[in-house]
Ligand binder design. Structure first.
Ligand SMILES: *Cc1c(COP(=O)(O)O)cnc(C)c1O
Length: 356
């Protein structure tokens, strides 16, 4: 158990008056969680303090060599005004996997969950009341050693900030167009694709910008070796329903093991669908589309839950899916997951955890 000191702000901010205008990750709550690490001393001084800028030496390791990892999760307000988290132990365990790859000291799963729980408790009034809106939680760890040598830092800060965020689909679920990236890659075997590290995103921005300029919402990444097999989209995993079966890339090093992905797979199998985790060639997906067998395509991630895809473009070929509408399985996954998260449906798998 962490002994978390709490210092409350003397100047609380006004809560957003119009929750429909929140957007995503633009405003932050009154407090943040901090904990320091120093080699020889371990993680220490866990505290909740007023939200404020960091003062850091310009020679900090994180600024130059990007030794940094993060997580993304949400707190949901239910109809009876309890606040709950969704599978926080999965995020805690994943942050340990990211830590291991980036040579960052691990935070025990129970300490991570306790830190999130205590911060959300302090910020409970910031958890939105509007249907579909939630408190986005961003835990992150970064290296603070001062000096320009490339090495694992001996000092780190673990921080958690919270951003009340609006309903992702405020204007209804809108299927998106996806650009299959044929030049740039996001990950390769032996690299950091399975971790949530800032560097992965830095390397992906260019492809995302180019796709956006052409009117595509996201990039679909192919494997980094042959550029043949589908891996994931932007900040989501991706699934394909072809001839009744669901296909998704296996999480074997180059693909981020999404909590939403895992939950979708567990639900789909529970409903009797065959889910195949493995290599799926983009050429075969385009072929299935030509044969009329590409039934549904959707991304999965904490922010959107599921994001239906209406069009894929690969080289010069376009695949159009479901006449531009969300498919029935995608819709059922969306309804079931959001139902469990916002406490409108029973939670038969024990995925939610009440903040208390
Ligand atoms: C966070 C993330 C996902 C989705 O993970 P969830 O746990 O479902 O939110 C997928 N891909 C990438 C690259 C990510 O960073």
């Amino acid at each position: 158990m962490l002994d978390i000191k709490i210092e409350l702000t003397k100047t609380p901010k006004a809560k957003p008056a119009d929750e429909s205008k929140l957007g995503f990750g633009k405003i932050f709550t009154d407090h943040m969680f901090l904990m320091d690490y120093e080699a020889g001393k371990g993680w220490h001084d866990p505290r909740i303090v007023p939200y404020a800028p960091f003062e850091l030496d310009p020679a900090c390791v994180v600024f130059h060599y990007a030794q940094e990892i993060f997580e993304g999760m949400k707190a949901y307000r239910t109809a009876d005004n309890t606040i709950q988290l969704f599978r926080p132990e999965c995020n805690a365990a994943r942050m340990q996997d990211s830590s291991d790859r980036l040579c960052i000291p691990k935070i025990p799963v129970e300490d991570y969950i306790q830190a999130v729980n205590e911060l959300v408790k302090v910020e409970q009034d910031w958890v939105p009341h509007t249907d579909g809106a939630s408190l986005y939680i961003r835990p992150f760890v970064f290296a603070t050693d001062v000096g320009l040598g490339v090495h694992a830092s001996k000092r780190y800060i673990f921080a958690i900030i919270c951003a009340p965020s609006g309903a992702y689909y405020a204007e209804g679920i809108n299927p998106v167009r996806i650009y299959v990236e044929d030049e740039y890659i996001r990950a390769a075997p032996g690299l950091t694709g399975f971790t949530k590290c800032g560097g992965n995103y830095a390397a992906s921005i260019k492809a995302g910008e180019l796709a956006e300029e052409q009117g595509y919402a996201q990039v679909l990444w192919l494997d980094g070796v042959e550029k043949k097999y589908v891996e994931e989209v932007g900040s989501m995993n991706i699934m394909f329903k072809i001839d009744g079966k669901i296909y998704t890339a296996a999480t074997v090093g180059t693909v981020l093991p999404g909590v939403t992905r895992r939950s979708c797979i567990e639900l789909l199998r529970n409903w009797g669908y065959e889910v195949i985790e493995g290599k799926l060639a983009i050429a075969d997906i385009m072929q299935a589309s030509r044969e009329g067998k590409l039934e549904e395509v959707f991304g999965t991630g904490t922010a959107a839950v599921v994001s239906p895809v209406k069009e894929l473009v690969w080289k010069d070929e376009h695949a159009f899916i479901g006449e531009g509408k969300i498919g029935p399985v995608t819709q059922k996954l969306y309804d079931t997951l959001t139902g469990i998260q916002w406490g409108k449906l029973p939670d038969p798998f024990g995925w939610t955890r009440v903040v208390k």
